[in-house]
Design a binder for this molecule. Structure first.
Ligand code: ATP
Length: 357
């Protein structure tokens, strides 16, 4: 397979506002046709980074290259880059068609070309039957599609989307995640989205960059970030994790009450160092076989039915907090459990991630 081509290079970019370091020394290569997510908690610098890519904010340091060309100081309207605002910023007095055509009219393209490009994008975004409506006559999801159509019709090399689904309710957001991914695939334009929603980034992105306090912590495919978080923060931010505190040993963690958790210890953690072992709730089995490396007895405190899955809180001697366990409803059908029951939990050493505490 060919190496994917780099479209955008962010080269040691920093941005300070007075004494606030909003973005600190970030380097990233974003590939052609990639759906790329900038993920992190509020204030981590993701919007500032996006605004620098759009040209609305000059970096304090570093360079931004598009197709190998330095665009660090290129004004926004001279970059083949479009930014879709969270608020959509549609013109309220104009129809959907007029909103979508506007950018091309500003470029003074021939009327025939404008018409055919707008028709094509209205079809792709499934807005043909709404072309004559005003934004106020549309639902939130339809407005979002108009904003997308307006950005895509200009055929940017790169589309930047700031919390694109933030204004939608939860159910619609789920549907639009897949829709946005389909659209990106269909138009073949590189998308960079900003989100603080880890689930959203896992569903949509080809790769995720996790930021914290202006710094890049990890950049990888969703599965790699989920399965192998680089540190405790990322493990906690992406998904739900059980954390067990203790001290590193040669082959695991010894918890404060003397229970050994088997797992692979990173080289940098010397025996005796304060350590945390992380285990995902879905990696824990109820009633494990005797060969399972990690086993612990506990009492079921609570049980929540969640469609296909059941979530259990199990009190064990391993930590002050109940263990979170996610099992399939099928597994519990085979071996019923209820609150108050004694159970045994088990998980493999390969499913344990160990970090400095
Ligand atoms: P959110 O998810 O809340 O939008 P974010 O990750 O997008 O957060 P940024 O908006 O990039 O974060 O802000 C990063 C840091 O830079 C914050 O501490 C913020 O207060 C600061 N900051 C951003 N813009 C400015 C500005 N124009 N002047 C001063 N400080 C700013």
């Amino acid at each position: 397979m060919n190496e994917p081509r780099t479209l955008l290079s962010i080269d040691r970019v920093s941005k300070s506002f007075g004494r606030v370091k909003a973005v600190e020394d970030i380097s990233l290569d974003i590939r052609e046709n990639e759906f790329f997510a900038l993920l992190g908690p509020s204030g981590c610098g993701k919007t500032t980074l996006l605004r620098m890519l759009a040209g609305f904010e000059p970096p304090s340091d570093g360079r931004i290259l598009l197709d190998g060309r330095d665009i660090t100081r290129t004004p926004p309207n001279k970059r083949p880059v479009n930014l879709m605002f969270q608020s959509y910023a549609l013109f309220p007095h104009m129809s959907v068609r007029a909103n979508v055509s506007y950018g091309l009219e500003m470029e003074r393209l021939p009327a025939k070309e404008i018409r055919s490009r707008v028709d094509a994008i209205l079809t792709t975004t499934e807005l043909v039957s709404f072309a004559d409506r005003k934004p106020e006559q549309l639902s939130g999801g339809q407005r979002q599609r108009v904003a997308l159509a307006r950005a895509l019709v200009k055929r940017p090399r790169l589309l930047l989307l700031d919390e694109p689904l933030g204004a939608l309710d939860k159910k619609l957001r789920g549907a639009m995640q897949l829709e946005l991914k389909r659209l990106q695939n269909e138009v073949g334009i590189t998308f960079v989205i900003v989100t603080h929603d880890q689930e959203e980034s896992l569903v949509m992105a080809d790769r995720i960059a996790v930021l914290k306090d202006g710094r890049l912590l990890q950049c990888d495919a969703p599965r790699a970030v989920y399965e192998h978080p680089c540190d405790r923060f990322v493990a906690d931010f992406i998904g739900v994790t059980n954390f067990l505190q203790g001290k590193a040993t040669a082959d695991g963690v010894l918890t404060s009450n003397g229970v050994k958790i088997a797992g692979k210890v990173p080289n940098m953690l010397s025996p005796g160092v304060a350590t945390v072992a992380a285990v995902r709730p879905e990696r824990i089995r109820l009633f494990p076989s005797p060969e399972t490396a990690n086993r612990v007895a506990g009492t079921v405190e609570a049980l929540a039915y969640q469609g296909l899955d059941l979530q259990l809180h199990v009190r064990t001697p391993l930590s002050d907090k109940p263990f979170l366990v996610r099992v399939t409803a099928d597994a519990v059908d085979r071996q019923p459990v209820s609150a108050g029951d004694q159970v045994e939990l088990g998980w493999d050493a390969a499913d344990v991630r160990i970090y400095a505490d």
